[in-house]
Design a protein around this ligand. Sequence first.
Ligand code: NAG
Ligand code: NAG
Ligand code: NAG
Ligand code: NAG
Ligand code: NAG
Ligand code: NAG
Ligand code: NAG
Length: 493
Amino acid sequence: MVFQNLALVVLSGVLFASALPEPFVRLDAESLQRPLQSTKAHVQKFVSDGDGPLTSENKTIYEAITGDPRFSRLTKAIKFSNDIIDQLNDSSSRITFFATPDWALRKPEESALQGLFRYDGDVMQAQPEMYDLSTAIHAYEELANIESFHDDSEKKRWKRFLRMLVRVILSYHIIPGQVDTQKLSEVSTYPTNLSLHFAMHDEPQRIRVESSLIPPRTTVNFYSKVVSANTKTANGLIHVVNHPLIPPITAFRELYMAPSMYSIFTSAWQRSGLTDELDLRWVHGKGDKKGHIEGTSVATVFVPSNHAFGLLPKQLQYYLFSPFGAHTLKKLLRFHVIPNLSLHTDYIYNASSHHKHSVPRVYRTEETYDDPLDQFLAEIIDTEEYFVANGYSELISSFNVTALTLLPKHPITINIMKYNVTLPFPGPRRPHHIITKMYANGQRVAVPDIVALNGAMHSMGTLLDPRKTGHDNGRVTDWEGWEDWLPKWAMEV
Ligand SMILES: *[C@@H]1O[C@H](CO)[C@@H](O)[C@H](O)[C@H]1NC(C)=O
Ligand SMILES: *[C@@H]1O[C@H](CO)[C@@H](O)[C@H](O)[C@H]1NC(C)=O
Ligand SMILES: *[C@@H]1O[C@H](CO)[C@@H](O)[C@H](O)[C@H]1NC(C)=O
Ligand SMILES: *[C@@H]1O[C@H](CO)[C@@H](O)[C@H](O)[C@H]1NC(C)=O
Ligand SMILES: *[C@@H]1O[C@H](CO)[C@@H](O)[C@H](O)[C@H]1NC(C)=O
Ligand SMILES: *[C@@H]1O[C@H](CO)[C@@H](O)[C@H](O)[C@H]1NC(C)=O
Ligand SMILES: CC(=O)N[C@H]1CO[C@H](CO)[C@@H](O)[C@@H]1O
């Protein structure tokens, strides 16, 4: 469904001070390798908490969840909204639902709730914590106990507001179709049942999916792990997750929330007066005038990490952030953003033509397998690179697209390659896994497909070099000697 005005509510104040940092922790190189002990612990907890997996066969998702005491808080949230009930109980459709058990909906800090209820009434200025499912549920429960309301109408207004909020949040937990974790392992992003008319022109908001084979695991949006997968119901599947999903905020604000990774980019972006090219916000109406949205509703950004800026020669760093380099900095930054296009490694939405498509498969090679099981076992801890490099993989697609950046004369060519990696286990059912690699003008994207309210983000370990074009895969970007060409490039029209 399309949330009209009510969704503006959500957009306006949303900075997840408490809820967001965790997702981005995963982006640090260090935590990339962190073992997932916590997931294991949660699985054990989930299973030992009650009677094991959900029992569901002939029940709808709604009936399975509401009939299981381990989901009592989620049940409350679902019952706030007839619309959500209808979706989860509709036996004629097939959907997949990410369900959060009670232990994953911990009581928020008292101060978060207090702060929430102190706010002075205009829904457009809602506090950020409200986007968190747990806070919203607790706030709703608290309503009855709060005596400071002037009258019942204030309480009613609050109730309406929280219901809307929960409906938006839960729509983001529903994906169309019956999508098991095997299917999820073949995608990078997936549309949800949440769409908002002011962002992405009503295109569904997406989740980011990451899967690994060893240990088998599925993670959504970096922070939410599937702890019990593929429960069958009469109208689809349930995956139990250890953290509620948080509908994405704007690209700019998401980056701003991860200063350890992107503070240089965001301050450079702001300093160059470009905020609106990646942000989206609600502007209040004055007098009779209606409020309206300002900013960018669809864009793709290749965002260099702090580490990428740190690799530039020191003198260049000083120059870019000096008054003399301001123009160069701005031009360089504008080269990193594609307006009017949301490009993920498996999905493209072109807002100029309203055209959308999945990234097609266009290329297929023969399977090539060696049989060095010993070597394989020795290397198994190694990265996916190993499998690609050593012939356990099949290139199943290579897709290229060229798009204009905010610097019209400097397009970016993006190359997306997908490999089907098959582990050489004996027996007929060899586990397999899809790996995606993405290049922008031949430069490798470090972390692709970070979802945002208003587009797609791809984290880069290097700045895009404007001298490189097309598929310039070979040459390593070297910024030494930048004095000879960069200021000149910046002056070109
Ligand atoms: C579910 O429904 C089918 C067909 O109506 C029936 O055969 C089966 O026993 C039911 N399963 C359970 C667990 O009730
Ligand atoms: C859910 O659907 C079943 C039929 O599949 C129906 O009997 C039941 O009343 C519905 N529950 C709600 C709360 O709508
Ligand atoms: C995006 O597309 C719209 C038309 O749909 C156009 O008016 C606008 O100028 C485009 N923006 C940019 C930055 O190209
Ligand atoms: C998006 O659509 C516009 C208008 O049809 C077209 O000019 C442009 O090339 C398209 N962009 C991509 C990346 O396909
Ligand atoms: C990947 O390979 C396996 C077997 O090696 C095959 O069963 C599976 O269909 C392949 N997947 C894709 C998407 O090509
Ligand atoms: C896309 O570009 C890559 C890198 O240059 C090239 O190897 C590949 O063949 C291209 N794919 C297609 C389908 O044109
Ligand atoms: C935007 C969107 O995907 N809406 C869907 C939500 O789920 C219902 C029921 O499955 C569909 O009918 C909607 O189209």
